[in-house]
Design a protein around this ligand. Sequence first.
Ligand SMILES: [Zn+2]
Length: 255
Amino acid sequence: MIFGWLRRRRRARVLARPLPAAAAEVLASMEFVEALLPEERSRFEELIKLLLDQVYWEGRSGLEITDEMRVSIAAQACRLTLHLPEDAYRKVKTIYVFPGTYSAHGGDSGEGTSHRHGEAWLRGPVVFSWDAAHHGVRNEDDGRNVVYHEFAHKLDMLDGYADGVPPIQTRGAHQAWTGVLDEEFKALVQADERGRRTLLDKYGATNPAEFFAVATELFFERPGRMKDRHKELYQSLAAFYRQDPASREDTPRAR
Ligand SMILES: [Zn+2]
């Protein structure tokens, strides 16, 4: 009981503080932020404040971590959870940021190559290269976003497993998701084996966990195109994230 009370008091204190000064410029540089409805915008800023407060941030390999970096990563992360329960990132406690790609030291999500852009550990930190995390802000519609990718892993891992199936509320929704995931994952594996180009990055063919992370990147970065080509997958992700980013894609450029 006392913990609940302390948590509520801490939460109120965190939310009463303004965002770091760097936030204004960072958020203004993000196209998706502009499209948020007023009530979403205030929710979004609350989520950022809570994540900034909850996480122990550390620069690695000599990187001095700045508020710009923290806000930039937190804002991209909180786009995913805008309509999810507030504690969806409760297991994210530590974020390490390297200046550029770094050498692998073996995370649970096993991002494959030895030169990494990011990783998410099942019971441990999320790790980024700042180059890669910053790329997500500068290019919002190229289909790639390492922050979405790694935080999707953290959502997937909420139930203790990195299996491509994040905790989904109802049994029906759960079955629908696993059915769609299975079918789309197999199709991507097959396309990859045949060397066919696909809208979904073929890294998603690695395993279902990577498939969910890669599909999440596409869902937020190129929603219109994804909805056209992978309608059921798009709808399953829209149901999980409780968002419909395709409906906000305004310019032809973004298609
Ligand atoms: Zn991954």
